[in-house]
Structures are given as C-alpha cells and as structure tokens.
Design a protein around this ligand. Structure first.
Ligand code: PLP
Length: 823
C-alpha cells in the first residue's frame, strides 16, 4: 500500500491541518500498542463511548507517528503532526477501506451466515491456495472494524479475496457490503446465534443477504425460509445475470444434492449428485457442523469448475481450524502464543501485536517462524518485509524453520535456522528456552503443534479459560453507566476473583482505568512486580506490611486511628511527604472503617499533617443488590455524605469520594460521587437477572474425559457407593475434584457438566481429584472436552444450587488449575 495522504481529504470529507508537502502512507493502524506504528503509519483514532484512542495520540507522536485521522485534535498535539479531522473516525475507516477496495478488481468471495463463516473461509483458503494468491480476513475479523482492516491488507499481488462479514443487528450489513463488494456470495449455516438483534429469522436472513446485493452468484443451502427470502431479495435487487447455486440433503431440485451420508468414527463419506452424475467424497470430520461447512466449500469448488479428483485430493487434507491466538504457560517460565496453523503475512502482523501485548515484564521476545506461503510477493521482497517487521517489533531471537526462510537468513538479525521441524526438535534441548514469550507461528504443513506441545508446561488437563475480550466488553458496559468524569477503580483482589490477577490488571491498564483495588499488600506487590503502573489501593493493609506498602508505592486504606498512627510513624521515619492514603468510613457495613464517634480523633490526627495525603474517602454498601434493603442503602449513602463532608470541610481537602460496588453502580446511579469500585461485574456476573443478559461470560472451566466405562444395573459408583445404577449406565470420569474447587455438594445428582452440548449429571460423591458423570445418552469418548462451568452451567446457576454466591464459586477454583487467556 502506498497512499498519498492528501488524496484522502475528499474521500473522508476531512479537514486538513498539517504539512504542506506530499505524504505517503503504507500502513493503517487503530492499535496504539502496536510496535508497527511508524512514520508512514496512518493512525485512525477510533472513539467508542468508553474507549477513546485520542488519549494515546500524544504518546504516539512521541514514538514517531506523524499522521492521524481524528475527531478532534487533542490538547498539546496541534502543530506536532498531520491531522485529518472528520466527524466520525469509524465511518472514516470504513470509507477509506471502501475507497481502497475499489482500486482492485479481482474476484472476491463474501461469506456470511450465523455459524461457520471463519471455518469455511479458512478451508476455502486452504483448498484454493494452490491456484491463487489469496487475501482473506485474518482470524475472525468480520465486524464493523475487522472488515475494513481486512480489506486494507489487500495488495497488488493478490488475485482472489475471501472475506467474512458478521452482523448483530439490522442496518449493519450495508456498510460491510460497500467495503467488501463481493463477486461471489456464500451463505453459511443460518442458526439462531445473535437472534437478540433481530425481530425474527426472516429479518436476520434479509439483513445478511444485503452482502450479496451485487453478486452475480449466491451459494447456499436450500431450505424454505432462505428460498423465500432469496426470491424477494432477487426481485428487489434486480441484477442480470444472477445465479442461485444451492445444495441440500433433502431437496433433489438443489444444484448439488447430497444423496448419501455415512458417518464413520473420524470421518464421513458422502455421495453427491451434480449435473446428473454421482460422485464420492471423503470428509475427514464426523460432526454435523464440520460436514455442513465442508459441503459449503465443496459447492464453491464445483461452481469454480474443479473436477472431483482434485476435490477429493484436497479435501483429504482438511484440518481443524484454530480460530484464536492462545496464550499458554511454557516450560522454564516462558509463555507461549500458539498460532501454529497459519503463516501468512497479514496474520503475522496481528500475532506480533498480540505478542507485544502479552509479553511479561523482563521477558524477552522470541518468534519461531516457518516458511511463509502464498504471499504473492517474490521471496526476496517477502522476506525483506518480514525481516523489517520483525526488527520493528524488537524481537530478541528469531528461529526460522524451512528451506526458504533458511535461504533468506540474511534478512533477519539474531536468527538461527533449521531446514525442517524435525531438525529443530532434535536441537530443542540446546536452545535453552527460559523467561521468554514465544510466538509459534507456522504453516500447517510444518506441524508446529509438536513444538507447542514440547514447549508447553505439562500440567493436568483441567483449565480455566479466560476470555479477555469479554472482560473488555463488560468493562465498557459498566463504563457506559458512569456520569462524565467519574473515575473507575477495578477490584482485582483474590487473583482477579479467581480469573487471573496480572493478566487482567494489564488489560485494565491498557483500558486506562483509574485505580486497581486489592485486599492485601502481597497481591499489590505481585502486580507491581509484574510491571503494573496504575495506582493500587490495598483494602486491608496489615501493619506489618506498611514498610513494603511504602516501598512498592501501594496506597493503604486506613480504617482506624490506631492504624493511622502506626502508618504515620513509619512514614515520618522515612521522611515521606504527601504519601497517598484512603480513609474508610463505616456507614453500616460494620466491617472496617471509622465510625462517626471516631471522626473527631481522625480529624485531629490528620490536621496540618503533610506526611500523608488523603487521596480518597470511601465507604462500602452492605445491601446494594437487595431491593428489600434499599432503604438501608439510602441511609448509608446519607451518612457517607454527612461524614465525608465533615472530613472534607474540617481538613480543607479535596479527595475522591466513592461508595458504589457493582450492584451499586447498577442500582444507585445518583451516588457515583467521583469514583466507583467495579468488582464482580467485570467478571461477567450481575446480581440482577435483567442486567445479566448484557454481560459476557468470562471464565470457562474445562476438563476432559479420562475414561469411559459401562456398568451393569445394580453396580455402584464412587466412595460410599452413593450412586446405584438402576439400569446399565455409561460412566465417564473427569479429572477435577474438590481440591480444584468443585464443592462436594455439587455431586450426587445435584450438579452436572456439559459434554458435546448435553448435560451429564454428576453421579456419586465428588472425589478430591476426580468426579464421575452419567453419559449413557451422550456419544462421547476418552479425551473429549468437558465443560464444568461457563455458558452452561453458569456460576450463577451453580451458586443458587449450592446455596452460596457466584463470588465464592469463582474464587474457590484452586491455583493448581491452569489459567489460559485468549482473545
Ligand atoms: C470487593 C469489593 C468491591 C467490589 O464489590 P463487587 O460486588 O464485586 O462489585 C468494592 N468495594 C470493596 C470495599 C470491596 O471489598
């Protein structure tokens, strides 16, 4: 890409302030953290209700970024860079992408549907890559932001595009259509996902079809509703010629009719009829979704006139698609980012940004990279670009695997190369991986999953998966409830409510929350040691921890005169000035805090003092989640108002005031004062069922089946023979027990797990490290994935059955359960 920046002024309808001379840009960015931002980057400052990239512009200018699309020029930035000022930066990004798309006229396949878009896209890419230089959406970049970014990665060497478009409500597709302008439309499975955004199925299909407005051909699975939507659509958007190319399991009038489907254990044999002839095809998958997705690909290949032999050969090598970048714990304190199934240039740029954002403090960055396939560039050009990208990203060591990357070794610094994966594995012991964040990225044929499994820390199979995107989503949801200028403290005590302390704190730091809150000093110390710079309030500082609180710049909550005096003594010895402290008032919770009758002594002790500075005054609500006690909440708020006002006027100070926790934010919007303290809501749990549906699930506790057996009627299961089989019963054993945090009360048919989307009741007592479930009705085997909680069952549901609260369930998951973070 090389675009004259000023040529964009009319395209974006922008106002220009900046240099008189011509400027060329070669890279578009919306991510302030990316190390790929440079002098030829155009940074588009997106601005959501809660997340405003304008805040990062000053920093970006300091790092050499010169060109910006903005809604306003931030303070201190005028005259220091070039600005295209527009009304709406998201619209500008979309318009830019639409303009850029029009510079190319090769065929583009546009995919939409409720399920399967990403898999069909990845498979089509794989199936067609021997014949085309393909540009495709990376990962599942299919949103209002993801689609323009995908399209902006097109270059002059590409000759086929495959882009997916995802929508969640009406009027969204029209934007995406203008950006992708597909020439072939593929409608994947229309399920019930995202139904909330639409009145009904018909409206959802109608909206999706808009992507295909200008497509001469639409490929889809025939069914009555889709057919009737399509005939309306075709009439509305007259276009000649327009071909509808369909497939079906049941309707013989479809262009491709699947007349036979035979399930084997790991594959499926199908027979299809096309143009009066019958063909066979082996699909290397056995689940329904994969079979439908594979057939969508088959039909595209038939439409493109591939013969059945080529189709068979290429289908034989279809592989499971890994859709996201996963972070795993590695050996010797390494962490691993597993992207072992793709090696194209576009996804490399994304993976490098992710690597930077996940890097642990003091860890160095390593990349293990295979030959890069299908870029369209000559190898000389390609590896020059890759070498430059890796240099820009300050990678400490590069390990290249493959004959081509080895031949272009000179393009990299700090590189060692191997001819193939086996050669690398033979040497792995001598390469001393330690304290590194390692990105493992390779084309599928290199089988880098073997490298991942060698470098991954070996623990048992139970993991708590944390969805970092959902955390951002929930954060933004609560931010949107805050009045202007109200600050946000996020509680990350108890290891982020069990979800992971440092990783979540890092994400919150990126989102520029104002404060973090922890329970004890050592929690704060480990965050500071991990590189967190945000101020951290310690709720329950023991006096023995005061010296380390000072050393690590943590901010204690002071809740008694005795504590205050002890802290002052140490602080004076160290000659501190204005050291930040937080004053906790007891307004009715009766846990910690100054009561009304101790206020005068507090004021006397603080008066005229310059050793400490009261950063904030806070109190805590006892019943913000229970409507029958809302009178009590009001009395607490009134008392807080009175006591804090007195403190403020008598000490003549101007602290932050805060009293609301999560349910307080939801139920008492008038008491936000200058800050609120968000806890459980961030982790996806609301105490209000009506609000719950606006939050996203964050943690999913997963395990696998260790063993399956069938027992006859009359036999028992587990300790104490608490389960007696009334009939022949199939039992699966799962390696998770009460030592991992699963309550024994959840056993004996009270609780269940989910296997292949079906419930399996827990039979017998939960053991220390294992539990057993009834899987008589489920087609499952050893190694199959098991969900303990997440979308279903939810922690809320579990808490209700166990007569406790979600907080306890979440924080009980023991530290021996590995946490895996992903986006
Ligand atoms: C834990 C805690 C919070 C957060 O409470 P949630 O109900 O999880 O939002 C707020 N303030 C104090 C003092 C806390 O201890």
């Amino acid at each position: 890409m090389s675009i004259n920046l000023k040529s964009l002024i009319p395209v974006l309808n922008a106002e220009w302030t900046g240099s008189e001379t011509d400027i060329f840009i070669n890279h578009i960015s919306i991510d302030s953290r990316s190390l790929q931002n440079g002098s030829e980057t155009l940074f588009i400052a997106l601005s959501g209700v809660n997340n405003d990239a304008h805040l990062y512009i000053e920093e970006l200018i300091a790092h050499g970024v010169q060109n910006f699309v903005v809604q306003y020029i931030p303070e201190n930035c005028a005259g220091k860079a070039n600005f295209l000022v527009v009304k709406n930066t998201l619209k500008a990004l979309q318009e830019l992408a639409g303009y850029y798309r029009n510079l190319f006229d090769f065929p583009i396949i546009g995919l939409t549907g409720s399920n399967g878009k990403t898999i069909v896209k990845e498979w089509l890419n794989f199936l067609l890559s021997p014949d085309f230089n393909i540009i495709r959406s990376p990962k599942s970049y299919n949103s209002q932001v993801g689609v323009p970014l995908s399209v902006l990665a097109i270059n002059e060497k590409h000759n086929l595009g495959i882009f997916e478009a995802g929508i969640s409500t009406v009027n969204e597709m029209v934007n995406l259509q203008k950006i992708i302008k597909p020439t072939t439309g593929v409608l994947t499975n229309i399920g019930s996902a995202h139904d909330e955004g639409f009145l009904n199925l018909v409206q959802k299909i109608d909206e999706k079809l808009i992507l295909f407005k200008d497509c001469p051909v639409i490929i889809y699975q025939k069914n009555e509703i889709v057919d009737s939507c399509l005939s309306q659509f075709v009439a509305e958007y007259m276009m000649h010629p327009r071909t509808l190319f369909s497939w079906s399991f049941i309707d013989t009038s479809a262009d491709v009719f699947i007349l036979k489907k035979e399930n084997k254990s790991d594959s499926t044999h199908i027979q299809y009829q096309y143009k009066g002839e019958t063909f066979d095809l082996e699909i290397p998958f056995s689940d329904t979704a994969s079979i439908e997705n594979a057939i969508s690909c088959l039909v595209v290949l038939l439409y493109l006139k591939y013969d059945s032999e080529t189709i068979q050969n290429r289908f034989a090598r279809l592989y499971p698609v890994q859709m996201r970048l996963e972070v795993k714990n590695g050996i010797n304190n390494c962490s691993i980012i597993d992207d072992s199934y793709s090696s194209d240039f576009e996804s490399l740029t994304i993976a490098l940004d992710f690597l930077e954002s996940q890097k642990k403090k003091n860890a160095s960055k390593t990349i293990i990279l295979s030959d890069i396939v299908q870029s369209g560039f000559s190898n000389e050009e390609l590896y020059t670009k890759v070498g430059q990208l890796i240099t820009d990203n300050k990678i400490n060591r590069v390990i290249g695997i493959g004959t081509t990357i080895s031949a272009f070794k000179s393009k990299f610094s700090n590189v060692i190369t191997f001819q193939n994966t086996a050669e690398f594995i033979a040497e792995i012991e001598n390469l001393n991986f330690e304290n590194e964040t390692i990105l493992i990225k390779g084309a599928r044929s290199f089988q880098f999953e073997e490298i991942v499994s060698l470098l991954e820390e070996k623990t048992h199979e139970t993991v708590l998966e944390i969805n970092l995107n959902s955390i951002s989503y929930n954060l933004n949801y609560f931010k949107s409830k805050l009045a202007n200028n109200v600050k946000l403290m996020v509680m990350v005590k108890a290891f982020g409510y069990g979800n992971g302390g440092l990783e979540i704190a890092k994400l919150l730091e990126h989102h520029k929350v104002d404060y973090l809150g922890v329970a004890f000093a050592d929690e704060g110390i480990s965050l500071k040691n991990g590189g967190i710079k945000l101020p951290i309030m310690v709720l329950n500082p023991e006096s023995t921890s005061f010296p380390s609180i000072i050393q690590y710049n943590l901010e204690p909550e002071i809740y008694s005169v005795k504590g205050l005096k002890a802290f002052l003594k140490i602080a004076r010895e160290k000659n501190l000035k204005d050291f930040p402290i937080h004053i906790k008032l007891d307004t009715g919770m009766h846990r910690l805090g100054f009561e009304e009758n101790t206020l005068d002594e507090l004021i006397q002790t603080l008066k005229g003092n310059s050793t400490v500075k009261v950063k904030s005054v806070l109190s805590h609500l006892a019943t913000s989640d229970e409507a029958r006690h809302f009178d009590f909440v009001h009395s607490q708020i009134n008392l807080f108002e009175r006591l804090s006002s007195k403190l403020i006027s008598e000490l003549n100070i101007n602290p932050i005031r805060h009293i609301l926790n999560t349910s307080g934010i939801s139920n008492f919007p008038d008491a936000q004062y200058n800050m609120v303290r968000l806890g459980i809501g961030l982790y996806g749990v609301s105490n209000d069922p009506a609000e719950q549906k606006y939050l996203e699930n964050v943690g999913t506790l997963k395990s696998i089946i260790s063993q399956v057996r069938t027992i006859p009627a009359g036999d028992s299961v587990g300790y104490g023979r608490r389960f007696m089989a009334e009939k022949e019963t199939k039992i699966a054993t799962i390696p998770i027990g009460y030592a991992d945090g699963i309550s024994r009360l959840w056993g004996n048919l009270v609780g269940y797990v989910v296997i292949k989307n079906q419930k399996a009741s827990i039979v017998g007592n939960v053991c220390m490290d294992m539990l057993m479930v009834d899987v008589s009705h489920i087609d499952c085997k050893e190694g199959d994935s098991v969900i303990i909680f997440g979308e279903s069952p939810t922690v809320i549901e579990m808490a209700a059955a166990l007569k406790t609260i979600p907080y306890e369930i979440m924080t009980s998951i023991s530290q021996r359960v590995k946490r895996v973070f992903f986006r």
